[in-house]
Every structure is written in C-alpha cells, then in structure tokens.
Design a protein around this ligand. Structure first.
Ligand code: AMP
Length: 199
C-alpha cells in the first residue's frame, strides 16, 4: 500500500487516547513510507493526524471542497500551508471520489457523522465490487464497539452477508491493522441475500 486515506473526527473527542492514537497513526504511516490522504482540515483528530505525519517527514495530501476552504471551523482558521499537497475540489461528493481514487486503502479513526458516512460509503462501494481496497476501523478505546455490534446485528437480521461484514477489518493497534490491510484479499460475493432463499 502506497497511500492510505484516513477518515476521522473534525473534533478531538473527550478521551485523550483519541488524539494520541491519531498522532501515533500519522507517525506510523510516515515511518512505513505510506502517504496519507485525508480531508485537508487542521481541526480535531484530522489536524493531529496530519501534523504528526508531517512532523515525522511523512507525505500528506489533503482533499478539500472549496466551501470548507478558509472557513473558520471550531474557532480556528483552516491552514493548509504545511501540507505536501492540497487539492481543492468543487463538492463533498467529488472529494470522496478523489480520496477513493488516490488511496490504496482506508482507515477510520474515531469521529462523528462525517467519519461514519465516509467509511460506510467506502464499505458500500467495496461490497458492490466497485473497488477491492482494504478498509479498517481503528477501534481506539472501544470507540467502535457499538458500530461493530450494529454490523453484527445486521448480519443476524439478514441485511448483510458475513463475507461483506468481514470487509470491515478491525484492530485496536494501528500496526496490526496496517498488516491486516496489506494481507487483505476480498472474497467476491453477491451483495444480495435473496438469491440464496430462492434456491
Ligand atoms: P466528523 O466525523 O463529523 O467530524 O467529520 C469528519 C470527516 O468529515 C473528515 O474525515 C472530513 O473528510 C470531513 N470534515 C469534517 N469537517 C471538516 C473540516 N473542517 N475540514 C475538512 N474536512 C472536514
């Protein structure tokens, strides 16, 4: 994997471990020579991740929609001068498509709606076979336990195939997560469970 796209909160969360893990992931990507692609902002975990990666001599590519550029977010001014490269795009949709195109894999750190939406969309594209790139949840301090429980519930209730559920790789350790992502080979299955019932 040459480039990883990381989705994460534009807030830092209450628990100090969220920021610490975002910084550790930034340094880890730099040390493994993997370029970071992310949403381009300097707020919350996004800023912590990008700053740590840059400080460790990593390469950081931001992709940001024009509407968010220069906007005051959470009382701070978005400042991209330190990024290796910043791509300004016309919309949130173009941004997600561009980040998906640039990256060889995707990681979600803790975050809110934006993070959930980005990670679930990339999972959706994966289960439809639009890409075969690895996707991992970094489960810092059990943050993603409720979401993983929901994924398992969807399998039990017949909305999600176990093979597609398994596309969301999970670990509490970023090094192990990257190793699992590097070894990942998707199992091609149809998204729809209905066909099995008709047999
Ligand atoms: P959230 O988890 O709701 O805080 O949203 C975080 C995700 O949404 C990030 O991965 C970004 O792609 C996007 N995002 C939210 N706020 C910003 C911002 N101020 N600057 C850049 N991207 C943002």
């Amino acid at each position: 994997m040459k480039r990883i796209c990381v989705f994460c909160g534009s807030n830092a969360g209450h628990d100090a471990r969220y920021r610490a893990e975002a910084e550790a992931l930034g340094r880890l990507l730099a040390s493994r020579g993997i370029e970071l692609v992310y949403g381009g902002g300097n707020v919350g975990l996004m800023g912590a991740l990008a700053d740590a990666c840059l400080a460790a001599d990593g390469t950081v590519i931001g992709v940001i929609p024009e509407a968010l550029l220069g906007k005051e977010v959470a009382g701070r001014h978005v400042d991209h001068r330190a990024l290796t490269r910043l791509e300004v795009v016309d919309s949130m949709h173009t941004r997600k498509a561009r980040m998906a195109e640039l990256a060889d894999g995707f990681i979600a750190l803790p975050g809110g709606f934006g993070t959930f939406e980005e990670f679930c969309e990339i999972l959706t594209w994966g289960q439809l076979g639009f890409h075969v790139k690895p996707m991992g949840l970094l489960n810092v301090a059990g943050f993603y336990d409720p979401l993983l429980a929901l994924f398992n519930h969807a399998v039990r209730e017949g909305f999600l195939r176990p093979q597609n559920r398994a596309m969301a790789l999970t670990d509490t350790d970023s090094g192990r997560l990257l190793d699992a992502m590097a070894a990942y080979r998707p199992e091609p299955v149809s998204k729809w469970l209905k066909e099995e019932r008709q047999l």
